[in-house]
Design a binder for this molecule. Structure first.
Ligand SMILES: *Cc1c(COP(=O)(O)O)cnc(C)c1O
Length: 380
């Protein structure tokens, strides 16, 4: 199985040094040095004074503990998560970082935020009313046109007249979120930025935070004083129609379980949707929709195996997919070899596009059986 070894070695090489021997069927290899370089790039391009990192949803599926520890080591002292639970977990490995929680205290339950020293993002006048008495730092989210989270113009007006609240509120950051930052020319960006300036002028002065990954890379008003990148740190292209400015961080490798040479005309997989001729070779790979592979990629997706792109044939099963590897030399791929499902040879964005989704969803849907392996030259 010389060919199989070559494939594995290449996969590890592309991922970096220090990977232990493979023993699981699916591995998400996370290059922490690339993460660090992306953090430095986004930070320098933004011109922002502070660079926070968004590590919600288990750091976009890459594993919040190793990701945030490494970002901390790179000087990151501000983190954003979506939920209180995520904030409490993150507190366990970043004892003195500022942890902002997008949802803020729900039902007026401020105690867990106070106890863990979390900074809530307040999204409504009601949340401001419940938080102000704590006299602890908070961020305020202004909804400037996304209609998702944040205070409306009317609420900002109401708050601006509430001296009782403003006296006690320790306003650390005023933030907003752009709906179309991934399309820099979209007119909604300018409209939202103008509304943001108008609204925040009615409130006490505070640090601003605007840019997600795309906004951060655009810089200036799109970034604000503190940026909040997520996807770009993890190697995902934050733009809809521009080249990817960051480098690959995550590579998804899955193991071949069996290779069959078809003896007669027959079909592959459930529903008999793909017919093959005698002489075709089908590699069955241990990765299915239970692991986060979109079922719609049956007869549509690709893998990178033994230096070539090979098609997914037949329907995606829960635990398995089929690849037509007839184009590869017969000894190039055997049981135990790894194929790449996205990574340096097969961009995440391309796989996502074929599946009718986006890089974010591909990453966060990876399942429980996918082992996260971390590589880093420095050992951090
Ligand atoms: C998820 C999120 C971000 C990060 O966005 P990316 O596009 O991943 O950089 C920033 N701000 C808010 C409010 C978010 O919900």
């Amino acid at each position: 199985m010389a060919g199989a070894e070559t494939i594995s070695a290449n996969a590890f090489e592309s991922a970096g040094a220090g990977v232990s021997a493979p023993e699981v069927n699916v591995r998400l290899v996370v290059n922490l040095d690339a993460l660090a370089r992306n953090f430095a790039l986004v930070r320098s391009r933004s011109g922002a004074a502070d660079c926070a990192a968004v590590v919600k949803a288990n750091a976009y599926g890459l594993g919040v503990e190793r990701v945030s520890r490494r970002l901390y080591a790179e000087g990151c002292r501000h983190f954003f998560v979506a939920t209180l639970e995520e904030g409490l977990e993150l507190r366990g490995f970043t004892p003195d970082a500022a942890i902002h929680v997008f949802e803020g205290p729900l039902s007026g339950d401020t105690a867990p935020f106070v106890e863990a020293g979390l900074v809530p993002v307040l999204n409504s006048l009601e949340q401001v009313e419940s938080w102000a008495p704590t006299e602890r730092p908070a961020a305020l989210h202004l909804d400037t046109g996304m209609t998702r989270l944040g205070m409306s113009e009317a609420e900002v007006d109401a708050l601006s007249r509430r001296r009782d609240l403003l006296e006690r509120l320790d306003l650390d950051t005023v933030m907003t979120h752009l709906a179309c930052a991934d399309e820099p020319e979209h007119p909604a960006n300018r409209e939202q930025l103008e509304r943001f300036e108008r609204l925040r002028a009615r409130l006490p002065a505070a640090r601003t935070s605007v840019g997600n990954s795309a906004g951060a890379l655009l810089g200036g008003a799109h970034a604000g004083d503190m940026i909040r990148p997520g996807i770009a740190l993890y190697g995902g292209n934050p733009f809809a129609a521009r080249p990817n400015p960051v480098e690959t961080v995550a590579s998804l490798l899955a193991r071949v379980v069996q290779v069959q040479r078809v003896e007669r005309g027959q079909t592959v997989g459930y529903g008999a949707t793909h017919r093959v001729e005698p002489g075709t070779r089908i590699a069955t790979v241990a990765f299915g929709y239970a692991d986060g592979y979109p079922r719609c990629l049956g007869n549509r997706g690709f893998a990178h195996a033994a230096g070539r792109r090979v098609p997914v044939v037949g329907r995606v099963s829960m635990d398995l997919i089929g690849l037509d590897v007839t184009a590869l030399p017969a000894d190039a791929l055997g049981p135990g070899a790894y194929v790449e499902l996205f990574g340096p040879n097969l961009p995440l964005e391309e796989v996502a596009r074929l599946a009718g989704t986006i890089n974010y969803e591909m990453l966060v849907r990876l399942g429980q059986r996918v082992r996260r392996d971390y590589v880093s030259a420095s050992g951090r």
